[in-house]
Ligand binder design. Structure first.
Ligand code: PEP
Ligand code: MN
Length: 361
């Protein structure tokens, strides 16, 4: 196990790879576990970077809180053997200094850190002057501004290479996911910062290895730059996040099952066909917009009527009737109930706002 499998890859080259695959255990537990996992991952030839939690921010006290500084030499050794650059989560200035002193190649802020501007600022200050790439996980709550704020704090500290990691958001009650993906938030971050790398972390979204493929596939379909997936030589006996980790062999199966897609292609026929369909969609969107404008004009007229007759804006029966009608129609058109509800809620709110303006003018 002492010989080097690969010459250490430069972190810049590794970060340019698409899709970028980061894998490794939730937590570094023992030297043997770390080296064995890293070696097996490197042997797959499918993994670009090795992750491991050294300090673990656990929701409740009493569970394994990370091996601490003791694990950093193991990671360095794993890098020397496999050539894989390493990535570690940091949450304090001391952790930044410790990780950098053991040549960790990439640092990331965890969801429980991004949520707290004091912690983010402490980490950002400790990063000043360091030439290390930093990835920022989304905060645990669905707050785009907090995610954005953390990116800004790290950027202001002079860090040039910044990426973001989408790991889902806490939600109360039972859902099939450990952390709801709320894809629209990741898409919005991508829209606002097209130059930032965005990695999906299906492990912490799913909380369960059986769901990994569907979430990873969706991320690839949405043109994410890569995936961070937790792996362990003996997942069921992992000291943290046992249910969601996979063996290196299972990781390969997973990666083989993903249908990899590209955002664009130069193939002429495809480009022409896509342009034509994009045109059609633009036309339909324009028409929808025109119709919505007309709908609001009618709502305003109704508002005038209601005002003259002192009638309330909201009429629950009428609203239920509209929704029921829409569900029936939508079903035949292949539109799901959830979409119809969201769409009608938005249209209804806009309509109420228009009526409100008239009735209170
Ligand atoms: C982790 O990556 O193991 C971790 C603790 O993740 P998160 O910050 O997404 O909860
Ligand atoms: Mn984990």
């Amino acid at each position: 196990m002492e010989q080097t499998l690969n010459k250490p890859a430069s972190i810049e080259d590794v970060l340019a790879k698409r899709p970028l695959i980061i894998s490794g255990p939730c937590s570094a537990e023992t030297e043997e576990q770390m080296i064995k996992t890293a070696t097996l991952l490197a042997e797959t030839g499918r993994v670009d970077m090795l992750r491991a939690g050294i300090w673990k921010p656990r929701t409740r006290p009493g569970s394994f809180e990370g091996i601490g500084v003791k694990g950093l030499p193991w990671l360095l050794q794993a890098k020397k053997i496999t050539g894989l650059p390493t990535a570690v989560e940091v949450a304090t200035a001391k952790q930044v200094a410790d990780a950098l002193s053991f040549d960790v190649d990439l640092l990331w802020l965890g969801a429980r850190t991004t949520v707290n501007p004091f912690s983010v600022q402490e980490v950002a200050d400790a990063l000043r002057g360091a030439n290390v790439p930093v990835f920022i996980k989304n905060p645990i709550n669905p707050d785009l501004e907090l995610w954005l704020g953390a990116v800004e704090r790290v950027a202001k500290a002079g860090i040039k290479k910044i990426g973001i990691i989408h790991r889902g958001f806490s939600s109360y009650g039972n859902t099939e996911y450990r952390n709801a993906p709320m894809w629209h938030l990741a898409i919005e971050m991508k829209r606002r910062f097209p130059e930032l790398m965005i990695i999906n972390d299906p492990s912490h979204i799913c909380g369960n290895r059986s769901l990994l493929l569907s979430v990873a596939q969706k991320a690839i379909d949405l043109d994410f730059d890569g995936l961070m997936i937790e792996s362990h030589i003996d997942p069921d006996n992992a000291w943290s996040d046992a249910k969601q980790q996979v063996t290196p062999a299972k990781l390969v199966e997973l990666l083989d099952s993903i249908k990899w897609r590209h955002e664009t292609t130069d193939e002429k026929e495809f480009v022409v066909a896509l342009e034509k369909m994009s045109d059609q969609i633009n036309h339909i969107d324009d028409e929808l917009m025109q119709l919505l404008g007309q709908r609001m004009k009618i709502a305003e007229k109704i508002g005038e009527y209601k005002k003259d007759n002192s009638i309330t804006i909201l009429q629950t029966n009428r609203w239920n009737e509209i929704l029921e009608r829409a569900f029936k129609k939508g079903e035949n058109l292949g539109l799901c109930k959830e979409f119809i509800t969201k769409y009608y809620d938005a249209v209804h709110m806009e309509s109420i706002n228009h009526q409100n303006k008239i009735m209170n003018s």
